[in-house]
Design a binder for this molecule. Sequence first.
Ligand code: PBG
Length: 332
Amino acid sequence: MSQPTYPSLRMRRTRAHGWSRALHRETVLTPADLIWPLFVTEGTGVEEPIAALPGVSRWSADRIAERAKEAIALGIPCVALFPNTQPGRRSEDGAEALNPGNLMCRAIRSIRDACGDEIGVLTDVALDPYTSHGQDGLLGDAGYVLNDATVEALVAQSLNQASAGADIIAPSDMMDGRIGAIRAALEGAGHVNVQIMSYAAKYASAFYGPFRDAVGSRGLLQGDKQTYQMDPANSEEALREVALDLAEGADSVMVKPGLPYLDIVVRVKQRFEVPVFAYQVSGEYAMIEAAVAVGAGTRDALVLETLMAFKRAGCSGVLTYHAAHAARLLGD
Ligand code: PBG
């Protein structure tokens, strides 16, 4: 069959009216596609704005529950928690990560107490908010981050978070073998319905700067994370990472950062046909806000277009600091 051509085919015909554009829209974005990352800090009644992330604050555990209630009201199904551990509680081995009374666990319980199971709580597993050196794992000779010893700590950290009530364990550390070890430990402890969302393809990226400010690790970090996070030049390697994490028991996988890595999202989705999430990271948020600040674009349009792009690429959902704002726009 020969393809119709202009003028029998006019691609603009279906774009001519709003109702028709709505009818032909291939992708939908709803608040249910969003995961809202939240930063936790010590104290009660505290809100601390984060300079590098204009419009984003750290909240004390009591006020985190208010944010979770706000998320529920907006139709956001899940929040992601990141603690800004007090300097005095950071150490060489990040042992505070295993403390059942740590900031993360108190924030989880605060949300649980206030919201029951009306919202999912995703918790980050990695040692960087707890170490005095800002690396995600334990240091060996010459500052090399040790794999197997770190995995043991991550397993204990995961059990600690699951016991406090976390719904989704999200290891962001990129150690080898950690998904299998964490899954086995969760099963062994009876946490059979606690999910694992693996940061499977996480790149050693320049886009994490504002996040490191937010959790207080930027000034502490010695060196970089290139011996465990992926080289931005690689995509076949991302597929191998995803295959391993799925084989080890990940329920869903994540690609991170977001927009610069949409090609990875597409390849992962097409190859594995599993739930894929993307993290629109702090540097991406800051870029949008910087563009808005100089009048290079309008926030609402930039936010909705970028989030739609993740859905179009095949994401089940997106972690974004713009989640509440986007959900409000989508609800209007
Ligand atoms: C740490 C972690 C990072 C992010 C999420 N978990 C930073 C890093 O790996 O250095 C980045 C998130 C963001 O930039 O918004 N394991």
